[in-house]
Design a protein around this ligand. Structure first.
Ligand SMILES: [Zn+2]
Ligand SMILES: [Zn+2]
Length: 185
């Protein structure tokens, strides 16, 4: 199992295919609070020369993980497959780099390289990170936590809703009392 895309090898031998599984990608590697656990990450990739010193890598990444629901905070399992398309170009000299503006939509998949070897693990990890939603949800209509008592409303019906109604009536009662006082004055 090759563990890196090697541009010299592509120059020499033509397009290359890769297939690797990483079982050592940790939560620390992923580094996102939304993720509770991460399993094996599988990557398939095809790499070929795209142009002058440019290499095009297409492929897909599959992994299973547990995400924390952003509403109820419970972890829930997911299985994800994401396809990617990346063009690797040589990193320009620092002085030039400041002037580079990536404006074309098709330029968004460009990554710059300095080493002529790209570890598949890095590519796989990058795709895992890109596929983590900003606000994961265990289900679309997750009821979340009660803001008052913290109960998970998917699992239990707390009585806070009722007392919130009581509080509203309490407010009305106060107004009623104040009005009553004014009348007395
Ligand atoms: Zn939830
Ligand atoms: Zn409650």
């Amino acid at each position: 199992m090759k563990d890196a895309i090697n541009f010299d090898e592509i120059d020499e031998l033509g397009p290359q295919d890769y297939d690797a599984t990483f079982t050592d990608i940790t939560l620390g590697d992923v580094n996102r609070v939304e993720v509770a656990a991460v399993g094996a990450v599988h990557i398939d990739a095809h790499a070929e020369k795209g142009g002058d010193a440019e290499y095009v890598v297409d492929g897909s990444v599959q992994f299973a993980a547990d995400f924390h629901c952003s509403r109820c905070l419970d972890p829930y399992p997911i299985a994800n497959t994401s396809n990617f398309h990346v063009r690797f170009r040589p990193r320009p000299a620092a002085s030039i780099e400041e002037d580079i503006e990536i404006t074309e939509p098709e330029e968004l998949d460009v990554e710059f390289y300095t080493e002529r070897s790209i570890p598949l693990r890095d590519l796989a990890l990058e795709q895992v990170q890109l596929s983590i939603p900003m606000k994961p949800l265990c289900e679309e209509n997750c009821l979340g936590l009660c803001p008052q008592c913290g109960a998970n409303r998917n699992r239990e019906a707390c009585r806070c809703g009722e007392s919130a109604v009581d509080a509203r009536w309490g407010g009305l009662a106060e107004i009623r009392d104040q009005l009553a006082k004014k009348r007395e004055v």
